[in-house]
Design a protein around this ligand. Structure first.
Ligand code: NAG
Ligand code: NAG
Ligand code: NAG
Ligand code: NAG
Ligand code: NAG
Ligand code: NAG
Ligand code: NAG
Ligand code: NAG
Ligand code: NAG
Ligand code: NAG
Ligand code: NAG
Ligand code: NAG
Length: 822
């Protein structure tokens, strides 16, 4: 019951969901390639739609338009023009008459924006200016993927994102408040980037750069709003009004309420009838400042001889009878300062100092002292004046040169972009010198370790403390790795300055230079001793930063470079040396040498007269030299072995890595040898005859006699020691004939014959002939046996047996034929 019910529920569920599941994400038979499109507005893109099932028709629907139905194929391609911002495209498939599935293409249409920047002044003080910078991003789509970044002197200071989900292009603004101090120049950059990167699209960054300077109302420099000028009656004089401001000021000259000129900061006055006061106004939109210049005209006759014509008449006229002691002072900010002003003029009426600090009243000559306990006014320009008892009450003045200085608060070094340096590329270091004055006396020196690499001076004219920086461009070399860069700010204040030049040095900046690996001192071939060398102890080094990884390959395989090489390791080794910047390789031919050793048996059998054999050769590299010792004395290894050479030998193999010894017992085998040759022997009838046969040989041969059957009756063969003897008792004529002694060992067979002849009787030729025939037959059989025997020996154990015994050449056939003819 239970299983049936479950089945029923399952079927029901399936049929209910069937229609939906056919088109669900999981079962949808359609797939799009590409499945998503990111394209620039106005471009055309291609999409393929593929079905995995058979169908009644497939087609594309783009916007509100349906395209041709495809019934044959299982895929349809379509080009879509991204001509508006909300293009929709879907691929549709008719499964049967009543069911249709579709798949929608995700489309992102983008437009990389334009950027426009603008700047607005918010507030300006003499010290600093507040601005509002604005970047307008024009026609950006889609705006939610836009990032606007603000950089101040290349440093990111602000990032803006936008929430808006609209698909059509919009305009966005991003605002940055910036405050700039006097004398500072700031570079501001705003960058707009469409961030479609997750989809693999890198669009160009659009940006605008603005250089921002502080603005301030005009200021007189020197800060003197009253000047006194002496002119001769008909002389032409040039009045000057020195004022600075940003924006640069415009000047206006007035005299008695009348505008004289509006064109420049100088005014040419051609005719001055009497003493007159001229006013100069310097203004910009932030404000204005005025200066009054009193011109006193003196009669030509009254001009003292020392006084040149009035052209040269300036407030600091050289002929002003004033002496300043000293005429130049160099004072550290906050230190006391004093200058004595004395006059040599006998007609001086009064004198005094005019100054923003330490000014004096009108005092009687001849000396007046300007004295400040703490000089803290950056623009102080004291001026000493004297009034002379002349008809026109001539007044003149002189100013000492005041250099007020201050060493920097900080001197610091930093990298413009993060390190490390990469060999062959440029790297920028920046040295910031903060709050130093006067900048025109500053010299920034760059050092790499203790070597001066660059120097910089500054062309400012400001007397107030400034923040300045110097940039060093380094083309990185690998030798610079680990070098310390320092910058030094020194104020060169001239002969009146302090004895020691005030100098501040930055903390060092340690250069890290990355460079490609290189290999040094690597031999192309190398001879090593077995077990004494592993590849990582090879005198071959590589260098690189980051430190490279070295991998050794032998016969195409990566090897463990700390494993010592064995004698089988001779061959070519290749090292691959690499780091993040690159890799190189090198090869070394390695020869592994090793001490000699023997791998021989203790006992060998060799055949006599055989050439010297080399089966017991020692191993070793280089090939060892071999010496032989027998009974403690050195022997030359024989060219051919003789039977006396059997015995115990000591073999010594030597090369430069050592000596190996081996004791070997050699047994020289040789075929049987008879002490005597063939012979004839006479016998008498009835005599007892003995024939003895003995032979030497290694191994000891076995000896047999062969005789004619007719002799057999009274014949006996016995072996006594090394002799085999036949005894014929009471010889008869039948005993006449050839008796053959055969000696055999595994090296060979030898024969010798004795012909018995009955004394007094002429030989019985028939018996002799018969005997010979029989002997020949037996010999043939014997030879055959020997041959067979040797063939078997081929597969035997005797390593030293030379090949030439196989053909039986050691069997002395000649002896046999001699026996035959005898
Ligand atoms: C669409 O299919 C055609 C034919 O199979 C092929 O040549 C083309 O590269 C495909 N286009 C895309 C965008 O996959
Ligand atoms: C599609 O819409 C456009 C206007 O939006 C209209 O002119 C056009 O006739 C429509 N086409 C179809 C096939 O409905
Ligand atoms: C697509 O956007 C345009 C404006 O760019 C609008 O006029 C049009 O009605 C929109 N069409 C659809 C189908 O939303
Ligand atoms: C069409 O196919 C759907 C799903 O494959 C199926 O549920 C429906 O019964 C079919 N209709 C016809 C008329 O074949
Ligand atoms: C983004 O949206 C959130 C909530 O909708 C809002 O709080 C935030 O201020 C928005 N940010 C910007 C930059 O518009
Ligand atoms: C964006 O600014 C441009 C140029 O100022 C203007 O032509 C365009 O109509 C603006 N677009 C919107 C959506 O305000
Ligand atoms: C655009 O930004 C949204 C929100 O950050 C993100 O989900 C979407 O993937 C982005 N689109 C593209 C094409 O990168
Ligand atoms: C003043 O005179 C000098 C020469 O004496 C001349 O170079 C200069 O241009 C004149 N300035 C004006 C404002 O006329
Ligand atoms: C100025 O004169 C006074 C008095 O003669 C003397 O004491 C002082 O040292 C002088 N100062 C300088 C800076 O020469
Ligand atoms: C100026 O000099 C004249 C004579 O040369 C003299 O009479 C007069 O008193 C002097 N004035 C002063 C203020 O010294
Ligand atoms: C820099 O120092 C090195 C050793 O520290 C010295 O050999 C060299 O002479 C020095 N160079 C200078 C310019 O001082
Ligand atoms: C002449 C001679 O010495 N004959 C001897 C031969 O050998 C037999 C047996 O050993 C002896 O009996 C003979 O005397």
């Amino acid at each position: 019951m239970l299983p049936l019910r479950m089945l029923g529920i399952g079927l029901l569920t399936f049929s209910l969901c069937d229609a939906d599941t056919a088109c669900s994400e999981k079962h949808n038979p359609l797939s799009l390639d590409p499945p998503e499109i990111i394209g620039e507005y106005g471009t055309e893109v291609l999409v393929n739609c593929t079905s995995t099932v058979l169908h009644d028709g497939m087609y594309w629907r783009v916007r509100n338009e349906s395209f041709v139905i495809e019934v044959q194929e299982n895929f349809i391609g379509r080009s879509v023009l991204l001509s508006d911002w909300n293009v929709t495209a879907e691929c549709k498939i008719k499964l049967n008459e009543s069911h249709e599935c579709s798949k929608e293409l995700e489309i992102t249409t983008y437009n990389n924006p334009e950027v426009l920047s603008s700047i607005k002044l918010v507030h300006a003080t003499p010290k600093e200016t507040q601005y509002e910078l604005k970047c307008d991003t024009i026609n950006v789509a889609p705006v939610q993927n836009l990032t606007v970044k603000w950089y101040k002197n290349d440093k990111l200071i602000k990032t803006n994102f936008f929430n808006d989900t609209t698909k059509t292009p919009v305009n966005e603004s991003s605002v940055l408040p910036v405050t700039v101090s006097r004398g500072e120049e700031v570079q501001i950059r705003c960058e707009a980037q469409l961030n479609l990167v997750p989809h693999g699209l890198q669009l160009p960054v659009v940006f605008q750069t603005l250089n921002v300077l502080a603005q301030y109302p005009p200021e007189l420099n020197p800060k003197k709003d009253i000047d006194y000028i002496v002119a001769s009656q008909d002389g032409e004089i040039t009045l000057e009004c020195k004022a600075e401001g940003n924006p640069p000021p415009v000047f206006r000259w007035t005299y008695n309420g009348m505008t004289m000129s509006e064109s420049s900061n100088t005014l040419n006055v051609t005719r001055v009838d009497a003493s007159a006061t001229y006013t100069c106004t310097a203004s910009n939109y932030l404000g204005k400042t005025t200066k009054q210049i009193f011109v006193r005209v003196i009669q030509r006759e009254a001009v003292p001889a020392a006084l040149p014509t009035a052209e040269a008449a300036t407030p600091e006229a050289e002929d002003c009878p004033l002496t300043l002691t000293p005429s130049e002072i160099v004072v550290r900010f906050g230190d006391p300062a004093s200058v004595n002003c004395s006059t040599s003029a006998t007609n001086a009426v009064g004198m005094g100092w005019e100054s923003s600090v330490g000014g004096t009243g009108f005092v009687p000559p001849p000396v007046v002292t300007w004295m400040v306990a703490k000089l803290e006014d950056w623009t102080a320009v004291p001026s000493c004046f004297v009034t002379l008892n002349t008809t026109d009450d001539k007044q003149c003045s002189k100013s000492p040169t005041v250099i007020l200085y201050k060493t920097p608060d900080t001197v610091s070094i930093s990298a413009v972009h993060p390190g490390p340096m990469v060999e062959g590329t440029d790297f920028h270091l920046k040295c910031d010198v903060n709050n130093v004055a006067p900048v025109q006396n500053l010299k920034v020196k760059w050092y790499r370790d203790n070597e001066t690499v660059s120097e910089q001076m500054f062309l400012h004219t400001n007397t107030t403390p400034q923040n300045v920086f110097s940039t060093l461009i380094i083309t990185a070399k690998r030798d610079y790795n680990g070098s310390l860069y320092r910058c030094e700010a020194a104020l060169h204040l001239g002969p009146n300055g302090p004895e020691f030049i005030p100098t501040e040095t930055s903390e060092p900046y340690t250069a890290i230079v990355h460079y490609k690996p290189f290999i040094k001192d690597c031999p192309s071939s190398y001879t090593a001793v077995e077990h004494k060398l592993s590849m990582d102890t090879l005198p071959c080094s590589s260098e690189g930063n980051p430190p490279p990884i070295v991998q050794w390959y032998h016969q195409g395989k990566l090897i463990n470079s700390s494993e010592p090489l064995t004698r089988f390791g001779t061959g070519k080794y290749t090292a691959a040396v690499g780091n993040s910047l690159g890799s190189i390789s090198t090869s070394v031919e390695i020869t592994v040498e090793y001490e000699p050793s023997f791998n021989c048996m203790d006992h060998y059998e060799i055949e006599m007269n055989v050439g010297f054999q080399t089966k017991c050769e020692p191993e070793g590299n280089p090939a060892p030299s071999l010496t032989w010792f027998k009974d403690g004395t050195r022997v030359d290894s024989p060219l051919r072995w003789t039977k006396h050479d059997s015995g115990k030998y000591l073999l010594k193999a030597t090369n430069k890595h050592g000596t190996a010894e081996h004791t070997v017992h050699l047994d020289v085998l040789y075929a049987p040898q008879f002490g005597e040759g063939n012979s004839n022997k006479e016998m008498s009838l009835g005599e007892n005859v003995t024939l003895a046969c003995s032979a030497e040989g290694n191994p000891t041969p076995s000896i047999h006699w062969i005789w004619n059957l007719s002799s057999a009756a009274n014949l006996k063969e016995t072996t006594m020691g090394r002799q085999t003897i036949i005894t014929i008792t009471r010889a008869t004529s039948t005993n006449a004939g050839v008796y053959i002694c055969v000696a055999t060992n595994k090296v060979g067979t030898m024969t010798r014959s004795v012909t018995l002849v009955m004394k007094g009787s002429s030989a019985t030729p028939m018996a002799v002939i018969w005997g010979l025939i029989i002997v020949l037959i037996i010999l043939t059989i014997l030879i055959a046996m020997v041959l067979l025997h040797n063939r078997q020996k081929k597969h035997g154990q005797y390593s030293f047996v030379p090949a030439n015994t196989k053909d039986g050449s050691n069997v002395p056939m000649t002896t046999m034929s001699e026996g035959g003819t005898a």
